[in-house]
Write a protein that binds this ligand. Structure first.
Ligand code: ADP
Length: 526
């Protein structure tokens, strides 16, 4: 017992709180790791996109610079006429986006364009560019005083037109020259930009290029929902921005969202299961504890129940043995006390033994087709002596033409004796106990009505459970073991009926058990 209590205490005060803490920690950790994982995923998408946009922009820069280098290596300013003609021949292959090559004599006061090799077909456009170069564009070129052979780029819009020029300075025959490669921006957009959209390196990416005003120059508009990262071209078309959007990022964030909901649901569910399990354990524990207490009370009650009649039998037996009782009347009275008390003892022991059999599932009934009126009358007669001693009249009413009932006579007698015994015991102020057997749809009902205090509403169901004792018994300290009604219920159910209690009109109560008509139920084997 002490061990069980210690185990219960361990379970309640240590293991259960530890479980609750464990569940809370688990939920917290899962929440955190889920959020962290999402951040990591986002970060990795951002990093991958950054890397991709950088690579693509650099690749384009490189393709333009490669053309410039090829041009630089072909052109000799000292022999510019010949070398520029040679360039023109190979230009379509070597420098496909360079439209024209210009050499400006920087020493000449009018910034003379001394060479103009153009692949264009419109002389008017070439002339317009020449004027633009030596006019407004010139100041934008930021030329060094000392000739530096370093390659430079200018990317700017003049009017509605965007221009890209590569330029560098050369010294020849004590003259400073400016060599300019005029790139055809339209051709770059048309021929080179599609290579930016090449999806072989990142199938789930989309690309566009926007100008300094945010207008799309190339590619589709990119949705704002997804992850879009932009980077300007570092060297050549530096006014423009290349944008790369990972279409997968939208899908990814949706998948992450779904995953998180799933994870949270799983955690929620498992926590609920653990908590429900704990509640079940606690309830079972409370029930077990209650049952253990009830059993302990039962043992004490039964011992008490046995002790009282036993001491009466012994006391009056000893008195008779001592021969000090002179009057015959007294002797007779003592003898009748001994008889009734030993009857009570026998009834109690029988009750306990029957109950023990029921508890172990060993109770067996001998069903025979019987007259329930006869059986009930016999049981009432057995109680009559005790009722008289308690000054209570037993009124028996048996309805005529009752149906034949398959019953175990001894069991029905025990049930009736228990009910009548309770009616006498719990109604000390009542004058009579009415017992009736009546016909009912599908069988018969045995009813025992007393004039006692009645049953508290909350006790109505409970008192039919084993070891349960009601307020009436506990409050007035009436002796009992709490198994009588449980036995009645078991007997009624074994006969295909049930047992219940009905409150009296003003006070008192009627305990009822029903039995099924033999023709309406198949007899059970036991
Ligand atoms: P016991 O009488 O030994 O306590 P029972 O199982 O016969 O056990 O009864 C269970 C409880 O039902 C009793 O403790 C009592 O509170 C209540 N009870 C039974 N019969 C009556 C009755 N006739 N009037 C009032 N209360 C009753």
């Amino acid at each position: 017992m002490a061990d069980t209590q210690r185990r219960d205490r361990w379970l309640t005060f240590l293991i259960l709180p530890a479980l609750v803490v464990g569940v809370l920690v688990l939920t917290g950790v899962t929440f955190r790791s889920s959020f962290q994982l999402e951040k990591l995923r986002e970060q990795s998408v951002v990093e991958a996109t950054l890397l991709l946009v950088g690579e693509k922009a650099d690749r384009l820069d490189k393709r333009i610079v490669e053309q410039d280098s090829a041009l630089m290596s072909t052109l000799d300013v000292a022999d510019r006429r010949r070398t520029s003609e040679e360039w023109l021949k190979a230009a379509a292959i070597q420098t496909p986006t360079v439209r024209a090559l210009l050499v400006v004599d920087l020493a000449a006061p009018g910034r003379d364009v001394v060479t103009f090799a153009s692949r264009g077909t419109s002389g008017r456009e070439d002339e317009a560019f020449r004027r633009l170069l030596i006019g407004p564009m010139f100041s934008d070129l930021r030329l060094d005083q000392q000739p530096v052979t370093e390659l430079k780029h200018l990317h700017k819009s003049y009017g509605a037109e965007s221009y890209l020029v590569s330029y560098w300075q050369r010294q020849a025959e004590s003259h400073r020259y400016l060599v300019v490669a005029w790139h055809d921006v339209g051709r770059i957009v048309h021929d080179l930009f599609p290579t930016l959209a090449d999806r072989s390196d990142a199938p789930q990416s989309r690309v566009n290029v926007v100008d300094e005003e945010g207008r799309i120059v190339f590619g589709p508009p990119l949705s704002r929902g997804g992850l879009t990262i932009g980077r300007q071209f570092a060297t050549t078309l530096y006014k423009w921005t290349l944008n790369v959007s990972m279409t997968s990022s939208e899908e990814l964030s949706r998948a992450v969202q779904r995953r998180r909901v799933l994870e949270m649901t799983m955690v929620g569910l498992s926590s609920t299961v653990v908590l429900a399990g704990m509640v079940v354990v606690l309830v079972a524990l409370a029930r077990e504890r209650k049952l253990a207490n009830l059993k302990a009370d039962f043992v004490a009650n039964v011992s008490h129940e046995l002790k009282t009649p036993l001491s009466l039998v012994r006391m009056f037996g000893e008195l008779l043995q001592s021969r000090r009782v002179e009057s015959d009347e007294k002797r007779q009275q003592y003898l009748s006390i001994i008889v009734t008390e030993s009857e009570r003892l026998a009834a109690l022991i029988e009750n306990v033994l029957d109950f023990a059999k029921v508890e172990r599932g060993r109770q067996s009934y001998d069903f025979v087709d019987g007259d329930v009126g006869d059986v009930v009358s016999r049981a009432v007669e057995a109680c009559r002596l005790r009722a008289e001693r308690e000054r209570k009249a037993l009124e028996l009413a048996i309805a005529p033409e009752l149906p034949v009932v398959r019953l175990d006579e001894r069991a029905i007698e025990i049930a009736v004796i228990n009910l009548v015994d309770n009616a006498i015991k719990y109604a000390p102020d009542g004058d009579k106990v009415a017992i009736s057997v009546i016909r009912r749809e599908g069988g018969v009902e045995v009813r025992v009505t007393d004039e006692g205090p009645g049953i508290a509403a909350e006790d109505k169901k409970r008192i039919f459970e084993r070891f349960e004792r009601g307020k009436a018994a506990l409050g007035r300290q009436i002796r009992g073991s709490g198994i009588g009604l449980a036995l009645v219920k078991h007997i009624a159910e074994a006969h295909g009926g049930r047992a219940w209690v009905e409150p009296g009109p003003e006070r008192g109560s009627t305990f009822v058990f029903s039995l099924r008509d033999a023709r309406k139920r198949r007899p059970t084997a036991d």
